[in-house]
Each structure stands twice: as structure tokens, then as C-alpha cells.
Design a protein around this ligand. Structure first.
Ligand code: PMP
Length: 450
């Protein structure tokens, strides 16, 4: 048996929480009003409008797994900058390395020794032998796609519906009744995405096979599990089939580990022995200092330099600040001292504890909800069954409940990622932080069922 949520009751509770939020955050509200005079939508980047409560919290400072806002409230941070701060905020080792490098020069167009250490360590973790650096995961994906096109001389890429790989033009696409379209709300798509992209559902091997059959796809780009429409796990054997189909059709397999690094020190790729031709990652690898990277196989590197007229200096590949000394010092410290094996050995059990706490409340209140976990990252669904692909996941999304949950959590000192019901553990997260969420969730469930 499971209950449905009474929407009138939900609306009443939402109004109560909004009022509580406004009362508790006068300074954020004041800054939010002032910001409207100079910032688009009153925020430095439009997605910040998505925070619940009617106006965004303004941050004062963040340390470890805690954020403090300008009204003096402290939050347990389970959002962690949507993975950008998975290291925890300002971890000592990174802060020391970053501060040291700041005083020794940020960007000179010259390589530093740190870059070599980092390249070697990335190879040890992910298996791919050669690396390049960017400032964001978006750029890592953009450059890697260009590389795949250059080498294969094919124009199209293949992605899964409801994927997210950053603001990469080719990936902001969806599929409806077999037709590839710009994703709803896509801002100024440069060309109709059907010209650049094929889109199929995650876990649909037959559709992947059909999409690759014409051998005009340069690369298949995917996260190991979808993480941007809730966590959608791959079916048993799905990745092996992707590898087989991409090899059979001369398509490069490109794995984006930006979020799935939650699985362990070498991401899902190492944990499940994936064999991508290209691997991309960004967000937490510099402890929040802008940094992204992509790794390539021997064959891809050979292919790269076999193109006589490809211009890797300014042929649409690169960036002035990419590979700068500060980013590399930050990555080195992060990999050497922060996102270590030992850290994952603490973080993953914490995510299990979080998952268990949520599941107990769901069962106790007979709610038609589900919880899913990938290593140190977990997320709940307001639907009874875990979706198998992006379309199912999108259909199960409950905007009203998500908005309520996030606001309810904020009002009780817990920060969840605005676009997800996601919680991420950092090396600085404590069991008591998890328990605070568990208690909040139990109380929320109790109030919702009345
Ligand atoms: N890849 C994945 C899987 C992501 O989730 C994101 C951002 N959410 C990106 C790439 C892009 O990261 P960024 O916005 O830092 O470039």
C-alpha cells in the first residue's frame, strides 16, 4: 500500500515554509533586492534563481561541510556546489597548496611540474595515458567532441535523453517520437540539433545499435549513470554492450565522470573496468578552483597528430587560462590529499547511512517514493520505482514536492542541490550531519501525510 500526497495540504505547508524563510533571512532578502539593480535576475548566474524560497541565500563563508549565510545561519551542506565542492569547502591541503601557488604566479602560459604529477596520477586512477586541461567540465567535453570529430571525420555525436554534460551545444537535445529536437527551453540553439546529434534512451541497447549503424557518429558521450535527472543506474551489462557497439562501428566511447566520481577514487570507470577512448571530468578535481580535464587513449593521441592540417593552437581547441599553474596546483592537492582512497572509504558509508535513513521514513509512512545511491552520492525520487532512463525519470519529476523539500530542508539548516533531490558526502561530512537530514526528512514525511 502507498499513499498519495494531499496537494492542498502541500500548498498550505509550502506557504508556511515560505513565510518562515522570508522571516529568517532579512539580510539575504535585502541583498537580493539590491542585486536586481545590476545583476540579471538579481544573481551572478541565472540558474541561482532556482534556489527555493523566493530569493537566494547570500553566502558569507563556507568551511568543511558547512555553509554560513549573511544572516548568520549555518547549514549542513549536502549540495556541495553541485559536486564542485565535493572535497568539502576549503580543505586544508588544497588551501595551503592554492595559497602557495597564488603567491608564486597564477598563469604564465608555461607548464609546471605539477601538471606531470597530475597526469601520472590521473592515469593511475582512470587508466587513460594522456591528459589535457581545461577550466570546466563543459570545456573538457567540448574539446573532446571536437577531437572525436577531427579524428573520425564523422559529424554526429550520440547522447542519451536527459543527459547533461554542461552547456555543450551538441548535447542540449532531446528525442520525441524518434525526432531529435532542441531541449525544451534551450537558449538560442546554433543549429537544429538533429544536424549534430542523435539521442536515444539510456539502457536501450537496440536504439544505440540503430543510432550507430550508419557509422556517421564520431563519439558516444555518456555518464556511466545518468546523474542529472536523478540517479539512473545502468542495467547489468549495458556498458559492456556500449563498448562492443562503439568498437564495432568505429565510434569513440567518451565517458563523463564529472558526477560519477562519487563512485570511488577512479570514478565508475575504475570501479567497473570501463574502457573509454576519452574520459572527461571537472568540478571537484581542483577543490573548487576552476579545473577540468580529459584523458585520451594511445590511439586517440595518434589520431590527433595524424591530422596534418589540424590546428591545436587556435583551431577551436584550447583556452588561454587552461592548464594554468593555479588549477594544476589545486588538482594535485585534491588528488594527493583530499579525494583519496581513505576519504572515499569514509564518504561511501555516510551516503549509505543517508540512504538508509531516508528509506526508513519512506517505509514508515508508506510513501510512494524511492531512494537511489551511487557511491558517495544519493538521491530520492517522488515515485515508487527507480526509472531506467531519462524519459521515465523526467516523467516522475514532481516539481511541487521538490520545491517543498528543498525549502523545508533549508529552513532546518540543510542545503540540498537546487535541481536535484541529491545529497553528496564530502571528506568533511560527519555522521551527525547525515542524521540531521534523516530527522528532518522523517519530520517532513510525518507532516506531509498529516
Ligand atoms: N558533465 C556533467 C556530468 C555535469 O553534471 C556537468 C554540470 N552539472 C558538467 C559536465 C558541466 O560542468 P561545468 O558546468 O562545471 O562545466
Amino acid at each position: 500500500m502507498s499513499r498519495t500526497i494531499d496537494r492542498n495540504r502541500l500548498r498550505e505547508l509550502q506557504a508556511r515554509e515560505e513565510e518562515r524563510f522570508a522571516r529568517a533571512h532579512p539580510r539575504s532578502r535585502e541583498l537580493g533586492e539590491r542585486a536586481k539593480g545590476s545583476l540579471v535576475g538579481g544573481v551572478p548566474m541565472t540558474w541561482m534563481i532556482a534556489w527555493p524560497g523566493g530569493f537566494p541565500l547570500f553566502m558569507d563563508h563556507a568551511s568543511g561541510a558547512r555553509v554560513t549565510d549573511v544572516d548568520g545561519h549555518e547549514y549542513v551542506d549536502l549540495c556541495l556546489g553541485d559536486t564542485g565542492a565535493m572535497t568539502g569547502h576549503a580543505p586544508d591541503a588544497s588551501t595551503a597548496a592554492i595559497t602557495r601557488q597564488l603567491a608564486r604566479g597564477i598563469t604564465t602560459m608555461l607548464p609546471t611540474e605539477d601538471a606531470i604529477w597530475v597526469g601520472e596520477e590521473l592515469t593511475r586512477r582512470f587508466g587513460l595515458p594522456y591528459w589535457q586541461f581545461t577550466l570546466t567540465a563543459t570545456d573538457a567535453n567540448r574539446f573532446a567532441i571536437r577531437l572525436a570529430r577531427e579524428i573520425t571525420k564523422r559529424s554526429k555525436i550520440l547522447v542519451f535523453d536527459h543527459c547533461y554534460h554542461g552547456s555543450v551545444d551538441e548535447t542540449v537535445a532531446t528525442v520525441r517520437d524518434g525526432a531529435v529536437l532542441a531541449r525544451e527551453g534551450s537558449v538560442g540553439p546554433p543549429v537544429p540539433p538533429a544536424e549534430t546529434t542523435r539521442v536515444v534512451q539510456f539502457n536501450d541497447v537496440a536504439a544505440v545499435e540503430r543510432a550507430l549503424a550508419d557509422r556517421d557518429v564520431a563519439c558516444l558521450l555518456t555518464e556511466p549513470a545518468l546523474t542529472n535527472i536523478g540517479i539512473v543506474l545502468p542495467d547489468e551489462g549495458f556498458h559492456a554492450q556500449l563498448r562492443e557497439l562503439t568498437r564495432a562501428t568505429g565510434t569513440l566511447l567518451m565517458i563523463d565522470e564529472t558526477h560519477t566520481i562519487s563512485t570511488g577514487p577512479g570514478g565508475y570507470t575504475a570501479a567497473h573496468q570501463l574502457e573509454p577512448d576519452i574520459l572527461t571530468i571537472g568540478k571537484p578535481i581542483g577543490s573548487g578552483v576552476p579545473a577540468g580535464t580529459f584523458g585520451i587513449s594511445h590511439e586517440v593521441m595518434e589520431g590527433m597528430f595524424a591530422q596534418a592540417d589540424a590546428d591545436y593552437i587556435d583551431g577551436g581547441f584550447g583556452g588561454t587560462l587552461a592548464g594554468n599553474a593555479l588549477s594544476l596546483a589545486a588538482i594535485r592537492a585534491t588528488l594527493q590529499d583530499v579525494l583519496t582512497e581513505e576519504a572515499f572509504a569514509r564518504m561511501i558509508p555516510l551516503a549509505q547511512r543517508w540512504e538508509q535513513g531516508v528509506r526508513e521514513s519512506i517505509l514508515a509512512h508508506e510513501l510512494p517514493w524511492e531512494v537511489q545511491r551511487l557511491g558517495a552520492r544519493a538521491e530520492y525520487w517522488f515515485s515508487p520505482d527507480p526509472p531506467r532512463n531519462g524519459a521515465e525519470a523526467a516523467a516522475a519529476y514532481d516539481e511541487q514536492l521538490a520545491a517543498f523539500t528543498h525549502l523545508y530542508a533549508l529552513n532546518r539548516g540543510i542545503l540540498l542541490t537546487p535541481f536535484h533531490n541529491m545529497a553528496l558526502m564530502s571528506p568533511a561530512t560527519a555522521p551527525a550531519d547525515v542524521d540531521q537530514h534523516t530527522e528532518m526528512f522523517a519530520e517532513m514525511a510525518r507532516e506531509l501525510v498529516g
